[in-house]
Design a protein around this ligand. Structure first.
Ligand SMILES: Cc1cc2nc3c(=O)[nH]c(=O)nc-3n(C[C@H](O)[C@H](O)[C@H](O)COP(=O)(O)OP(=O)(O)OC[C@H]3O[C@@H](n4cnc5c(N)ncnc54)[C@H](O)[C@@H]3O)c2cc1C
Length: 459
């Protein structure tokens, strides 16, 4: 887009009193400022504001509100694709707000809005504690948690949003508030799963767990064995205890230096498991999968930091597109169809097609749960393809569509916003009753629709 024709807003009145960075299309550093973690997303907001602290966020929100400009927020931009190009919107990027405080006494962490999971897991582990992080070290704690957050301990301990104890937020009036179950029960409920629809979160406090290690690893098989391996895994998963969270995958790994040498340029069916128990118990649990005779077996006792590397997510920003489905269950037919659609010999360009086993605590809604509370389904998929060149996009979309059709037989029509990288019907994410309550709360706290979430619940 030509900077002269790009929609922009004049940030001059904000500049005197703003500690952080302010960018419009005519400023040096604009192209870097508008980048998201997902480098395939070409964002063209009217301005990018990078606050130093909560006071800066409040200034920016008041500035936008007074001018009738909508406000979007990003911690990292992992889920930037769902936003679109952000034309006419002020984008607040919280990446400089990186405070982390661990309190081993109360087993809580309080983090700034720009903190990523790797920055919490390391310091928490020094006290034998961990958090309900996802698979990736550089996903933002706040964005992930506001929309639920399903990680390696999830079948035992549920969604990350269920551990939240306090939320510091800048409201649509531009006021800084501390939201808890006592100060504001409705808003506290909405923020635990309802995403970025209610304000700009500036800090988050949540409970930690005394989990110093787990038995974890991956079994790698040739991709040609995907049908047999995934079928054995889904039968194993049906009786696995909540202590085990696992993922079945089809992997086609490019020959790039970012992945371990033994995996470069190779294709696999893989089973990843994290088990909260001893090595002995874990070996017993894994025996039926090991009987399949994996080509490689990486299981060992693993620290919380090791778990952040297990899924082999990219070490930093990359260009990619993704797709996602929620599945009522998995059966032999669905797996057969999936492997026929995107398995060995199909020329599928999908880098990783992951099927996450959910259920357990992820499927149980507590009485005092937040807006999301639980995930609807027994499995969910997250497919990713790299976009090193735009010419690969049609092929990737066609492969996603083939996988989608193959799994239609078990698709339950629900969606999980964290994995949805394009707009989805909010009813599919929350159900009608929860959505109605979320919309009512939003109408109370943001009547003019100032805040624009990547997954908006606007009526
Ligand atoms: C490689 C990879 C691995 C992943 N692994 C997992 C996983 O294991 N489990 C899982 O559940 N998800 C996982 N995800 C999905 C991830 O949780 C979502 O992409 C999530 O939205 C990322 O949050 P973010 O802050 O990093 O991203 P962003 O794109 O910055 O934020 C996402 C949205 O959150 C809202 N938001 C962010 N910050 C604020 C704020 N301060 N105030 C108000 N609203 C805000 C905004 O609406 C924003 O659009 C993964 C994604 C990727 C790409």
């Amino acid at each position: 887009m030509n900077p002269d024709t790009e929609t922009t807003i004049d940030l001059t009145p904000l500049r005197d009193d703003f500690a952080g960075g302010l960018y419009t299309a005519s400023d040096a550093g604009w192209d870097e400022a508008r980048l998201a973690w997902n480098l395939a997303v070409d964002q063209h907001p009217a301005a990018v504001v990078i606050p130093e602290d909560a006071a800066d966020v409040a200034r920016a929100v008041r500035f936008a509100r007074d001018r009738g400009v909508r406000v979007a927020v990003q911690g990292t931009g992992h889920n930037a694709a769902a936003y679109g190009d952000l034309t006419g919107v002020m984008l607040i990027k919280t990446e400089r707000m990186r405070d982390v405080a661990i309190d081993p006494g109360t087993r809580t962490a309080r983090v700034g809005a720009g903190v990523t999971w790797g920055e919490v897991i390391g310091p928490a582990a020094e006290h034998g504690l961990t958090a309900l992080a996802g698979s990736s070290h550089d996903v933002g704690v706040v964005g992930y948690t506001l929309s639920g957050g399903a990680g390696w301990l999830a079948r035992k301990h549920g969604l990350a949003s269920e551990r939240v104890t306090a939320i510091e937020l800048v409201s649509a009036e531009g006021d800084l508030r501390e939201v808890t179950a006592l100060t504001d029960p409705d808003l506290f409920w909405a923020l635990r799963g309802g995403g970025g629809n209610f304000g700009v979160v500036t800090a988050l406090e949540f409970g930690l767990l005394p989990v110093p290690e787990a038995y974890a690893g991956t079994l790698f098989f040739p991709l040609e064995r995907a049908g047999e391996v995934l079928d054995a895994w889904r039968r194993w998963a049906a009786t696995a205890p909540d202590e085990a969270t696992s993922i079945g995958r089809l992997l086609q790994i490019p020959p790039i230096p970012d992945v371990p040498e033994f995996l470069r340029g190779r294709s696999f069916a893989a089973i990843e498991v994290v088990f909260l128990g001893s090595q002995e118990q874990g070996e017993e649990l894994l025996a039926p999968l090991r009987e399949l005779g994996p080509e490689m077996d990486t299981f060992a006792m693993a620290s919380p930091a090791d778990l952040m590397a297990l899924h082999m997510d990219p070490p930093g920003p990359v260009p990619g597109i993704g797709d996602h489905q929620m599945l009522a269950d998995l059966d032999a037919e669905a797996i057969e169809r999936l492997v026929a659609a995107i398995g060995a010999g199909t020329n599928s360009p999908i880098l990783a097609f992951s099927i996450r086993h959910i259920g357990g605590a992820l499927g149980r809604r507590a009485e005092d749960s937040g807006a999301l509370g639980a995930l609807n389904g027994r499995f969910m998929t997250f497919a990713v393809g790299m976009v090193m060149d735009p010419s690969v996009v049609p092929g990737l979309r066609a492969a996603f569509e083939s996988a989608r059709k193959a799994l239609d037989v078990v698709d339950n029509g629900a969606a999980y916003t964290n994995f949805a990288e394009s707009p989805v019907e909010p009813e599919a994410c929350f159900g009608e009753r929860t959505l109605a309550r979320l919309r009512e709360i939003r109408a109370n706290v943001d009547p003019d629709g100032l805040f624009l979430a990547n997954h908006s619940i606007d009526a």
